[in-house]
Design a protein. Structure first.
Length: 302
């Protein structure tokens, strides 16, 4: 939908801006044999890998897939298994497509910029691009070629050869960047076409379904917020003796030291039975203990 397109555009723009700032403040080619390749590939690949992992982590569908459990009463048949496999493939493709937006943008922008690629492969340029080719050993030639990304380290007599090498590598890098963009665009377009062809829904029905899923999620989130607040309010009222936000509070409850200790500390989900959990220590206390103890009227002198 439009929301997905807008979200992907925002991610791409933020990635481009981050790449420019990242390159400006951190990238400095070592211009040394053996280090250029590692350094350049690290700047190309590591941020892209991190962005890919973040893309997976920030997608709610990832956690639905990981944390989703099949009901015990559901019968496993061959048709159900096939349907589940198709759904799993579709969801994985959808998650991966969203997660690839940032890393592909990073790779495309860095390749079009050319600096990382030039740093990584300068020492591997074919010897006939070296120019003049003095009588030096292969290791010495590689050492000199490795200095080409750093113009201040190149001898004056090799300045022209250095410019030719840099132009060649920048050309290769930018072509690779535009080819990556073209491949991604064509792949995305064909994927949408194939998904539309095999979809059981007509165009308008698909739009209705998308709108329904979006509205259902919004309403579910609103209900979750209100339900959890009202449920938590019951436990807070039992502990303190009044409902937060009430205007006509007549008395308040004074929790004991033992009760303060019971709700303090670290806790996670605690399973009560096969169907229910305690969400917190306060929740556990409220379900187990009677709200007896000392109450204080607020219009009395303590």
């Amino acid at each position: 939908g439009k929301e997905v397109i807008i979200a992907n555009a925002i991610i791409a723009i933020l990635t481009i801006g981050g790449q420019q700032l990242f390159s400006f403040f951190t990238f400095s080619c070592p211009c040394h044999v053996g280090q250029n390749l590692i350094y350049g590939l690290a700047f190309l690949g590591v941020p892209a890998l991190i962005l890919l992992i973040v893309g997976y982590a920030l997608n709610n569908q990832t956690w639905r897939l990981i944390m989703g459990k099949r009901p015990h009463f559901e019968r496993v048949t061959s048709s159900n298994r096939l349907l589940k496999c198709k759904l799993l493939c579709f969801v994985l493709c959808s998650i991966t497509g969203r997660a690839l937006v940032a890393p592909v943008t990073w790779l495309a922008v860095t390749l079009i910029n050319g600096s990382y690629y030039i740093c990584a492969v300068s020492e591997y340029v074919p010897v006939y691009y070296y120019g003049a080719a003095p009588n030096v050993t292969a290791s010495e030639r590689s050492r000199i070629l490795a200095t080409f990304p750093c113009s201040q380290l190149v001898p004056p007599e090799l300045a022209r050869a250095r410019d030719e090498v840099i132009l060649l590598l920048r050309y290769q890098s930018q072509v690779a960047g535009w080819l990556l963009i073209a491949v991604v665009v064509i792949t995305v377009f064909l994927s949408y076409c194939l998904a539309s062809c095999f979809s059981p829904l007509s165009f308008l029905h698909f739009r209705y379904w998308s709108s329904y899923v979006h509205n259902e999620q919004e309403l579910f989130d609103e209900a979750t917020e209100q339900h959890s607040r009202l449920y938590a309010m019951q436990h807070v009222r039992k502990f303190f003796g009044f409902v937060p936000g009430s205007e006509n509070v007549k008395e308040i409850r004074i929790p004991s030291l033992r009760e303060w200790q019971a709700i303090s500390g670290l806790a996670f989900l605690k399973r009560v039975d096969e169907e229910h959990y305690d969400y917190s220590l306060l929740h556990d206390w409220a379900l187990k203990e009677r709200a007896s103890g000392r109450y204080l009227r607020i219009d009395e002198d303590p």
